[in-house]
Each structure stands twice: as structure tokens, then as C-alpha cells.
Design a protein around this ligand. Structure first.
Ligand SMILES: O=C(O)[C@H](O)[C@@H](O)[C@H](O)[C@H](O)COP(=O)(O)O
Length: 232
């Protein structure tokens, strides 16, 4: 396993430190290449961090934000990760950032995945910053244990794409970047909070079966060494 652990006294301290780290990486990308790319996860954890990041004074007009994964629901649906980002991140100084959604109101989810693959290809590779979360089942992005396309999603030599994923623990059908797009980010972060998530992380570190706990594919063998940010 290769990772760097960053532990904080409080979730506020974590949000401030991670916002500084992400802002610095985005600014460095803009200085080096004129633009920056940021892919974020959804769920219940990142909201306060998004609010903090949105206050950072960087060249947000040169930043494109997208999602690590998305539920196949429209942007006005309460389970939408696009809605989460629009509410908590595309505001304040970050309101001028460009956003590329993964969801498209297409006939079927495969068409939406194909459109999202085309639209996000413009971000180039590697992405500058990828922020992952982790579920209590050890999933990350939409790499769920038992996912119908988990094998293809985790293929280190597979195409950089947005693909569909169905799994018992996922709720709606998902749209998710594949492993190659996420795992070689210039800055690869895993943001988890609480004692339960720490126990799941420890369990993931103690084992090797990536199908049982897909987060292991990030902790072990990712081209980029992930920085884990954790607070109780
Ligand atoms: O769409 C999603 O749900 C996320 O992208 C997903 O991968 C998330 O990071 C984990 O499920 C953790 O979610 P919580 O922060 O809600 O625990």
C-alpha cells in the first residue's frame, strides 16, 4: 500500500488544510498550463470542504470542475452530485469556474456515459486534482463491490472514459470515471471523516482483494500516491 496520511483535530481544520492544498495545486496548474481541472466526489462528506474551497482566491475562471461520479438523476434531483456542487462549490470566488456534468437527459444511461466521455475528454490527461470519497463498503467513485462493470472500471490498462455502473449498494444507476482517469491525477486525494470510515480504511489497508473493497485499487498500485485526509 502506498499513501500519505494526514490526520486533523477537527473537520474544520481538515477543510481549511485541504482547501489550501487543492487551491495551491490548481494555481500551479494554471501557472504551468493556463488551465486547471478538478474532479470531485459527491455524497454527504464534501459539502463543508466545498464551501471552504469556494472562498479561495485563485484563477477560478481558468478552472474546469467535473464529477468523479454521478447518480443517473437530473441536476434538480436531491440525490444529484451536480446539485451538491452547484449548491456548495460553484459559489463565492469559485462561481466563475466552468462545470462539466456527467448526467445527460438521454434515452438511456449508456448514451449519457458516451456524451460525458466525449465532453470530459477536453480536460486532457492527467487531471490536475481528483478528490475521492469512500463508502462504508469500501467503494470509491462508483466502484462498488458487486458492481456489474467493476472489472472494466478497475482495469488499469483500460480506456479513460465515463462508464455506467449498477450495484446493489449504489441506489440509482451510476455514471463514473474509470480507474485510469482517476488514478494518475497530479494530486490524488481521499477525503474521509469519522471513526467508522477510519475503521473501514484500516480494514482496506489490511487486505488485498480489490473486488471486495475497491478503494484498495487506489491505495495499492495507483500511478499517483494518494493523500488521505481524515478527521474524527
Ligand atoms: O456519488 C457518490 O456517492 C460519491 O461519489 C461516492 O463515491 C462517495 O464518495 C462515497 O459514497 C462516500 O459518500 P459519503 O460522503 O456520503 O459517505
Amino acid at each position: 500500500m502506498a499513501y500519505r496520511m494526514h490526520t486533523f483535530e477537527s473537520r474544520t481544520a481538515l477543510a481549511e488544510a485541504m482547501a489550501d492544498r487543492v487551491a495551491a495545486q490548481l494555481s500551479a496548474a494554471i501557472a504551468a498550463r493556463g488551465t486547471a481541472s478538478l474532479a470531485v466526489s459527491g455524497g454527504s462528506t464534501p459539502g463543508p470542504f466545498f464551501e471552504t474551497l469556494a472562498t479561495r482566491d485563485i484563477g477560478w475562471d481558468k478552472v474546469t470542475i467535473t464529477l468523479v461520479d454521478e447518480r443517473f438523476v437530473p441536476a434538480d434531483h436531491p440525490r444529484s452530485n451536480h446539485l451538491l456542487v452547484a449548491t456548495h462549490l460553484l459559489k463565492s470566488k469559485a462561481s466563475v469556474a466552468r462545470f462539466i456534468p456527467l448526467y445527460h437527459a438521454t434515452e438511456n444511461v449508456e448514451e449519457a456515459a458516451s456524451l460525458a466521455t466525449q465532453e470530459t475528454a477536453a480536460l486532457g490527461a492527467p487531471l490536475d486534482v481528483v478528490i475521492l470519497g469512500m463508502g462504508l463498503d469500501g467503494h470509491t467513485a462508483s466502484f462498488f463491490p458487486g458492481g456489474d462493470r467493476l472489472e472494466g472500471a478497475l482495469d488499469h490498462t483500460g480506456p479513460r472514459r465515463v462508464m455506467t455502473m449498477k450495484a446493489e449498494g449504489a441506489g440509482e444507476t451510476r455514471l463514473t470515471f474509470s480507474y485510469p482517469t482517476l488514478a494518475d491525477a497530479r494530486l490524488l486525494l481521499l477525503h474521509i471523516e469519522g471513526a467508522e470510515k477510519k475503521a473501514v480504511l484500516d480494514q482496506a489497508i489490511a487486505g488485498t482483494d480489490v473486488h471486495a473493497m475497491p478503494i484498495r485499487a487506489i491505495l495499492n498500485g495507483a500511478p499517483s500516491t494518494p493523500d488521505i485526509y481524515w478527521a474524527p
